[in-house]
Design a protein around this ligand. Structure first.
Ligand code: IMP
Length: 178
């Protein structure tokens, strides 16, 4: 059944305000460029949906899926790519849209995969950064919130496919400090 949802870490209002900030910065930086958003399924889907609708510049979107956790809360060291991109990346300005950067392995692996296709530029936008858990150097050009070391759910993030629908970010009870 999973764990009960614990305290709210980031309210829906705070998320929406920060998404607008990020969209403003991205719109400024990508004006006149050829922006392609790469949404990392499934966790970033809700973030991507709000972010892309707040942009003031034209963009295209595509989707990748990577398996990092299965049904557990401990990340795999070697993320598995389960859905590749469908469009050519050569000479495109790519912005990866991620839900959360934890150990950093997923985003480093994804950057290598996408970077091999010679995009003009490659940057990352993540809603959440669990900075103290980092195991590899994983740059985040656009970061929503730095959060403490706790397993969080909501606004697209799941535990065993649950809680993605919550409009806020909450800590899973008994999972703080995993
Ligand atoms: P990383 O490879 O350790 O950086 O993990 C990145 C992926 O792990 C994210 O895209 C999420 O899908 C998942 N993840 C990491 N921490 C959490 C969490 O606290 N809640 C839900 N998913 C998480």
């Amino acid at each position: 059944m999973g764990y009960p949802v614990g305290r709210t870490l980031i309210t829906a209002n705070d998320i929406q305000a920060r998404v607008l900030d990020l969209a403003e910065a991205i719109s400024h930086d990508y004006a006149g460029r050829d922006l392609l958003l790469i949404c990392v399924l499934k966790g970033a889907a809700i973030f991507w949906a709000d972010l892309c609708r707040a942009l003031r510049v034209p963009c295209q979107s595509d989707f990748v899926a990577m398996e990092s956790y299965g049904d557990a809360t401990t990340p795999l060291e070697e993320p598995r790519f389960t859905k590749a991109i469908d469009v050519a990346l050569a000479d495109r300005d790519i912005l990866i849209v991620e839900d959360i950067i934890d150990t950093g392995h997923t985003s480093v692996g994804l950057r290598a995969l996408l970077g091999a296709q010679s995009p003009r530029s490659l940057a990352l936008c993540a809603l959440l950064d669990k900075a103290e858990r980092r195991q590899v150097n994983a740059p985040i050009e656009y970061c929503g919130f730095i959060i403490p070391n706790a397993f969080v759910v909501g606004y697209g993030l799941d535990f065993a496919q649950r809680y993605r629908h919550l409009p806020y970010i909450a800590v899973l009870e008994d999972q703080a400090g995993h």
